[in-house]
Ligand binder design. Structure first.
Ligand code: ZN
Length: 218
């Protein structure tokens, strides 16, 4: 079911005034409507209740001269691209979860400065650039739900299943998968879409994800 274009702003305004925008994200507007805030549906059909998470695929982790270069990211970029293209084709929400640190962030006591908010290092790499309709979550820690509105965004979209991709398998991917699991989300991890600090840690993390966190690793 679609709605005449001129009713778009009326409908959006109604949702806004009732503060229902987040709880009724999949409204019955046509995708072409400029007023559609959640364009994850086609022809008025509801999107599938899942989301693709792309974690920290940022210049400061993925470029060869980056301060925290993770070489394995180069290998997984085309695989994440595959998942991204599929998600977009199917109307699945895409959520980028990205480091965005303060200049004097406490994390820099343990790691070289990286992904400072507003810097080019904190931007998603060109190969996986977000579209305007995608959601970007900025985080300041190794965690993705802590101190962010990631949970509200997922619940607002009616998402129950998240596919987790990105870097680093044995750090943010594993931790965010655990955070999602304890909040009741089902978690899937395509093993060719995550990059570890090295192969040993990558494999360890996938085993941990499967056996302890109970994610579906495939
Ligand atoms: Zn960081």
């Amino acid at each position: 079911m679609t709605m005449p274009e001129f009713l778009g702003p009326v409908f959006s305004g109604l949702l806004f005034s009732l503060n229902l925008e987040k709880s009724i994200p999949l409204c019955y507007l046509d995708k072409s409507s400029a007023y559609l805030r959640y364009p994850y549906l086609r022809g008025g059909k509801m999107a599938k209740p899942e989301a693709l998470l792309i974690i920290d695929m940022l210049n400061d982790f993925c470029l060869e001269d980056a301060p925290l270069y993770v070489p394995m990211t180069r290998k997984v970029i085309p695989n994440i691209r595959r998942e991204l293209d599929r998600a977009r084709a199917e109307g699945t929400p895409v959520i980028y979860v990205c480091d965005a640190h303060d200049k004097d962030d406490i994390e820099f006591k343990n790691w070289p400065p990286h992904a400072v908010e507003g810097s080019s290092g904190a931007e998603v790499i060109d190969d996986l650039k977000p579209l305007e309709r995608d959601i970007i979550i900025h985080k300041k820690t190794l965690l993705g739900f802590y101190g962010t509105d990631l949970e509200e965004r997922l619940r607002g979209l009616g998402v129950g299943l998240v596919t987790v991709t990105g870097c680093v398998t044995n750090i943010c991917v594993m931790l965010i998968a655990a955070e999602a699991t304890v909040r009741g989300f089902k978690v899937r991890v395509p093993r060719d879409c995550t990059a570890g600090l090295d192969m040993e840690m990558h494999e360890f993390a996938l085993k941990e994800l499967e056996e302890v966190i109970k994610a579906e690793v495939y």
